[in-house]
Design a protein around this ligand. Sequence first.
Ligand SMILES: C[S@@+](CC[C@H](N)C(=O)[O-])C[C@H]1O[C@@H](n2cnc3c(N)ncnc32)[C@H](O)[C@@H]1O
Length: 373
Amino acid sequence: MTSPLVSPLADLLRRKIADHGPLPLAEWMAVCLGHPEHGYYATRDPLGRAGDFVTAPEISQMFGEVLGLWAAAVWQQMGAPVPVRLVELGPGRGTMMADILRAARVLPGFRAALRVHLVETSPVLAERQRESLAGAGVPIAWHRDLGEVPDGPTILVANEFFDAFPVHQAEKTRDGWCERQVGLAPDGGFALRLGPADPNLAERIPEFWRVAPSGTLFEWRDEAPVAALARRVAAGGAALVIDYGHVDQGPGETLQAMRGHAFADPFSSPGEADLTAHVDFVALAATAGAAGAAVHGPVTQASLLKNLGIEARAAALKATNPDRAAEIDAALARLVDTKTKTGMGGLFKAIGLADPALGPLPGLIAGPTETAP
Ligand SMILES: C[S@@+](CC[C@H](N)C(=O)[O-])C[C@H]1O[C@@H](n2cnc3c(N)ncnc32)[C@H](O)[C@@H]1O
């Protein structure tokens, strides 16, 4: 699992480990993805066929359009504040925001009230967003962190954002819980190892799993980004977070690397592969609730999109574009299918976090035939 890779980021990581010792896995992930000069997101547009992965907004315009209807309905529920901040975390190519803004035309008062704020750290993708949203006709500002977005009533959307946040992993040993770290391998590459037993780690493990047998592995993320988001919407607004992940909390690891649409070794090519891990929706909901937000869902992506009318939207699109009917059907199936490996409908979940005064949010009530797997 090692390779003596030569690249500026590999050299930098090697020096860091030689000077300070092995890096916690979360720090490895943060540097590989987020290093401002050599990190994965700083150096490329990873989306699409020529990149490493495809996301829901890139599969079909219908995804962003029904989210635009969700945002318009939430704005009405909030009492139609003017202005309202429409925030997107990690907007990729800006495709989803462009589709949201087009759908928002159904409610001209909503569109006129919008101040769009895009939270993005990648200069390459921020440039793509500028191209996608040129001529959108609403004020748009870019930020590197949610904390930079001015206060005020907020509607926030985030698709495949939190899966890129660094994960910690700890393994139970006979001596106690030990954090997984990345160190140097004899051949000059990088290799996973276990850090020393640390009694403080047990506090990060849900109580039920603390008594698990040796060899049990647990994964978690820092809570601060979700807590900050939840505090913000709890004070006036709502967020819709969509990502792949699980709604049952248990042991195991989900870290994965993707390169060229195939799984890769997370340690053999730092900064060259996308690193992600499943979102733990139980932990996310608990953090958001503790920060004062009401939690709606999670439901499967299939339930959310169907509740928001994606099938009717597909029928309308096919009626005006009969030559594209097969393509529209295939995209719809990919987004809502819960049964096949390529279907995103069950693997992806949606959760709403909101001001407790708002009441139920559109689309986030589980469908009668679907429970999140
Ligand atoms: C997997 S892509 C998803 C893009 C888009 N939401 C979509 O669905 O197509 C992750 C996005 O989050 C951005 N990103 C990753 N880490 C970030 C961070 N810490 N702060 C802000 N943006 C980040 C990436 O540059 C990229 O735009």
